[in-house]
Structure formats: structure tokens, C-alpha cells
Design a protein around this ligand. Structure first.
Ligand SMILES: [Zn+2]
Length: 128
């Protein structure tokens, strides 16, 4: 798997290098999808890895109207929170597995407390 990742990185670097040779400018901004640096060509910004145009705005007020509305409808909170929920649930599952195998009383207490705290955090996140 790590080999494949290295391979992908190699391809990514090559694609970006080609774009630069073709007259693009490397930006100090990463693609929200793939995390590779974005490239500016003719006043437009592209991710050469995802092969699509990317729009960058410093803040919401710069967004065109239809984008602002789309943002409002999407309610940012839900997408962010599901990620947080996923992470917390994953951690709880990890801890639960450790707790299953734990024999040391101190460790059992620590793990139980950690699970308890994470569960509370999860509830808070869901309540928002
Ligand atoms: Zn990308």
C-alpha cells in the first residue's frame, strides 16, 4: 500500500511539474480534495491531480450569490460534524477493543474513563 502511495505521489509531482513547464504558477494553496498544490493558469486555478478548476475565495463575501446560497443550504455544521462523529466513534471502538483485552485494573479504569469522556463528547456534538 505504501508503494502505491509513493507511486501516486510520483505521478502527482510529475503532473504538477508538467503544468509548471506549460506556464502555470504554483500556488501556496492545497487542493481541498487531494491536498496537492494548486496551479494558476491564465487567471484560473486548477488542480492538475483532480483535473478540475478550483475556486478560491478569501472569505464568503467574495463568493458569487449562487455559491453563498448553496453554502447556506448545505449547513456547514452537518458535514463537519459527521467527520467529528466518525473520528470519535472510531476512537471509542479502538478503546473498546483495548478494554476487552485489558487485564491491568489501572488500565481498565483509564480506558473506561476515556470511553466515557468520548461518549459525552459525542453526545454534545450530536446535540448541536
Ligand atoms: Zn486535487
Amino acid at each position: 500500500m505504501s508503494n502505491e502511495k509513493a507511486k501516486n505521489e510520483e505521478i502527482g509531482i510529475k503532473v504538477i511539474a508538467d503544468a509548471l513547464k506549460a506556464g502555470g504558477t504554483l500556488l501556496n494553496v492545497a487542493c481541498p480534495n487531494c491536498n496537492y498544490p494548486l496551479i494558476k493558469v491564465d487567471e484560473k486555478i486548477y488542480c492538475k491531480i483532480c483535473n478540475q478548476e478550483v475556486y478560491i475565495y478569501r472569505d464568503e463575501s467574495e463568493l458569487p450569490k449562487e455559491y453563498k446560497q448553496a453554502l447556506k443550504q448545505k449547513t456547514k455544521v452537518s458535514s463537519v460534524d459527521t467527520e467529528v462523529e466518525k473520528t470519535i466513534k472510531g476512537k471509542i471502538e479502538d478503546l473498546r477493543k483495548k478494554l476487552e483485552e485489558a487485564v491491568d485494573p489501572d488500565e481498565i479504569v483509564k480506558l473506561s474513563e476515556a470511553i466515557e469522556k468520548l461518549s459525552q463528547t459525542l453526545k454534545k456534538v450530536k446535540d448541536v
